[in-house]
Design a protein around this ligand. Structure first.
Ligand code: PRX
Length: 635
């Protein structure tokens, strides 16, 4: 029993050792004792690193929503499952009990069925952070439909490409969304997206803001009347362990987003187990993760992980700055939040405000505070520790990815001693490896290299939707036999890991992964642009901001640079989203290239960071003169 809830460092080392020396036995015990199954597995793990193919709990049958909902009805029917805190601080919070959530999910599942959605169909969910979002996710899972949640800040083009890639049959959206003082016309974005993709037969619309919207006859239906008529019980679809549960898109090194596919059983076991330990969740606690369900953090640690544990999870619709910068802290006081999980970029933004925004609230309910999404810098860590955790609450710096499904490297609070900026030790069952450029594993301590994971874990993504070759190429080819994360990391004398950042062409801006290629494609679509390259540069709040080097076509050299900058950012906002706009744009006559035509991003990164000394060996460049020009004109 104790291995499900780790209470001391000695116990961590003991359970860790068991989990890596006999992983099949270990994961079988966890799965059998803590979840409900229709049928147990024939084999715990099948692993072929070459194909690559991984199957956990092969042959088992289950439905994840029975584990999130039905089984809690016995003891927790009247306990809060979700506390919804709306954007407007004057609107009342809404508590949804496990009993109510069960009924809402079942009713929604029946609506989906009545609209012709069945097992294996893809459903796109494009909703703000309102309860219907969590309900829609679970309703899909109830009937075995594969949910593809798209963050409702993405542009219509980004939405369209995701709907088309997964060939979604139905879209769930809202008339609009609130974001601080702004209202966003979500339905309009969906309408534009659907102009360019066929296959969507039905759009279900949640009324949230009450604005006038267009409803396309024969395609669009308001959700509320359908829900009102739907029966409140729906038999769960019994799924195979390896049936897909959801697709979630993440940026990659090409323009096409990668639809990471997660499957039912392994994802369930791992997200539940990590949630329980990494947030030290105890019965009666109120847990709040500020992420959006449009990202993996929201999937695993707002919806599935907490509900699998019968927890109370807060969903917040708004933003940290509305109506003022005290909003997070006010919500913690109001709901007596015990575990708080947010992103370094939010911490940095809030740390810049007057401390009275924090001190006016009572944060004494907090027991654990966490961060995710990007490396946290020392200053932000100390501010978080001192002013939010009040030096009482351990900080869990959790490293993981959309692809990993659950947290991979993290302290266990009150168990693992923390060091600022270190994600510390691998979670149970996780076997990290640091690799050098030649593909050799760096053994021992005090080493830095590329972070890989050398043994499968239950919640790893199984494939990229529709493109298994790309999955293999991206994750299993750089270091054969191992999963390559795309991150760099170091291991210190104590065996603690510190993530140093991406080593590929993904840039993390305000905690959001942005691939350089889709942004460059958007810029290159401008008629005056010949070519472009994007790099990240350090930014006090966002962690990284984007710097674009843009080469204009010969006949465009006397165009107004300010107009061009605006137009370029407009194109980026339309095709990727406003988050990907460039902070700085430098026009240039050329980009530094190797003789094989590859852009030397290393040089561009130094220029963008204002670091003009020592460019290393530039003699291999095709056009070394351009470096001097770029240095002179840096913005
Ligand atoms: O670079 C790492 C960074 O975020 C990347 C994964 O992004 P995404 O798939 O969007 O998932 C984010 C939420 C899990 C990683 O490759 N990252 C995530 N957590 C940390 C981090 N970098 C440093 N420290 C972390 N705690």
């Amino acid at each position: 029993m104790s291995q499900y809830s780790i209470k001391s460092l000695a116990e961590y080392f003991d359970v860790y050792r068991k989990s890596v020396s006999d992983p099949e036995r270990f994961w079988a015990e966890i799965a059998e004792e803590h979840f409900e199954w229709h049928r147990l597995w024939d084999r715990v793990l099948y692993w072929d690193p070459v194909k690559p193919e991984v199957r956990w709990y092969d042959g088992a049958r289950l439905n994840i929503t029975e584990n999130c909902l039905d089984r809690h009805l016995r003891r927790r029917k009247d306990q809060a499952a979700i506390i919804f805190e709306p954007n407007d601080p004057d609107s009342p919070a809404v508590t949804i009990t496990y009993g109510e959530l069960y009924e809402r999910v079942n009713a929604f599942a029946n609506v989906l069925k009545s609209q012709g959605v069945g097992k294996g169909d893809r459903v796109c969910i494009y909703l703000p952070m309102i309860p219907e979002l969590a309900v829609a996710v679970l309703a899909c899972a109830r009937i075995g439909a594969i949910h593809s949640v798209v963050f409702a800040g993405f542009s219509s083009q980004a939405l369209a490409s995701r709907i088309a890639d997964a060939d979604c049959k139905l879209v769930i959206t809202a008339d609009g969304s609130y974001r601080g003082a702004k209202t966003i016309d979500l339905k309009r974005i969906v309408d534009v997206a659907l102009e360019s993709c066929r296959g969507v037969e039905r759009v279900l619309v949640v009324k949230r803001v009450g604005t006038e919207i267009e409803m396309k006859q024969g395609r669009d239906l308001w959700l509320a009347p359908l829900l009102a008529e739907a029966p409140k019980t729906c038999e769960p679809e019994v799924m195979d362990a390896e049936d897909p549960l959801f697709i979630l898109y993440t940026s990659g090194s090409t323009g096409k987003p990668k639809g990471m596919v997660h499957t039912c059983a392994g994802y369930m076991v791992y997200t539940a187990y990590t949630f329980k330990n990494i947030f030290a969740y105890r019965d009666g606690d109120v847990y709040w993760c500020t992420a959006d369900i449009g990202w993996i953090t929201g999937h695993s640690y707002i919806v599935y992980g907490p509900l699998l544990n019968g927890a109370t999870t807060v969903m917040f619709e708004g933003v940290p700055s509305y109506p003022d910068y005290g909003r997070f802290w006010q919500i913690i006081e109001k709901h007596r939040v015990n575990q708080f999980y947010t992103a370094p970029t939010a911490i940095r933004a809030l740390a810049r405000q007057d401390l009275s925004y924090v001190t006016r609230y009572d944060l004494s309910s907090l027991k654990v505070i966490g961060t995710v999404g990007e490396p946290i810098n020392e200053e932000a860590w100390h501010w978080y520790n001192e002013h939010i955790g009040q030096k009482r609450c351990p900080i869990v710096d959790t490293w993981w990815q959309t692809e990993t499904g659950g947290i991979m490297i993290s302290p266990i609070p009150y168990v693992t001693p923390t060091i600022p900026t270190f994600a510390t030790l691998p979670f149970i069952g996780i076997r990290p490896a640091l690799m050098d450029a030649e593909g050799r594993e760096l053994e021992g301590h005090q080493v830095e290299g590329r972070l890989c994971i050398k043994f499968p874990w239950p919640s790893m993504a199984r494939t990229i939707w529709g493109d298994h070759q790309r999955y293999k190429d991206t994750y299993f080819s750089t270091f054969p036999g191992m999963y390559f994360t795309g991150d760099g990391a170091l291991r210190d004398a104590a065996g603690y890991y510190r993530i140093t950042g991406r080593v590929d062409d993904v840039i993390i801006v305000s905690g959001h992964n942005l691939g350089t290629a889709p942004i460059e494609n958007a810029i290159n679509a401008h008629p005056a642009v010949a070519e472009s390259a994007i790099v990240g540069f350090p930014h006090d709040v966002k962690g990284n901001a984007l710097y674009g080097f843009v080469v204009l076509k010969g006949d465009a050299s006397d165009a107004d640079p300010d107009v061009l900058r605006r137009e370029i950012n407009g194109l980026i906002a339309d095709s990727v989203g406003p988050i990907a706009k460039l902070d700085k744009i430098q026009f240039a006559t050329g980009l530094p290239k190797t003789r094989s035509g590859k852009i030397m991003r290393r040089i561009l990164r130094k220029i963008a960071a204002g670091d003009m000394d020592d460019f290393g060996d530039v003699s291999t460049l095709l056009n070394p003169d351009v470096v001097e020009e770029l240095k002179q004109n840096a913005v």
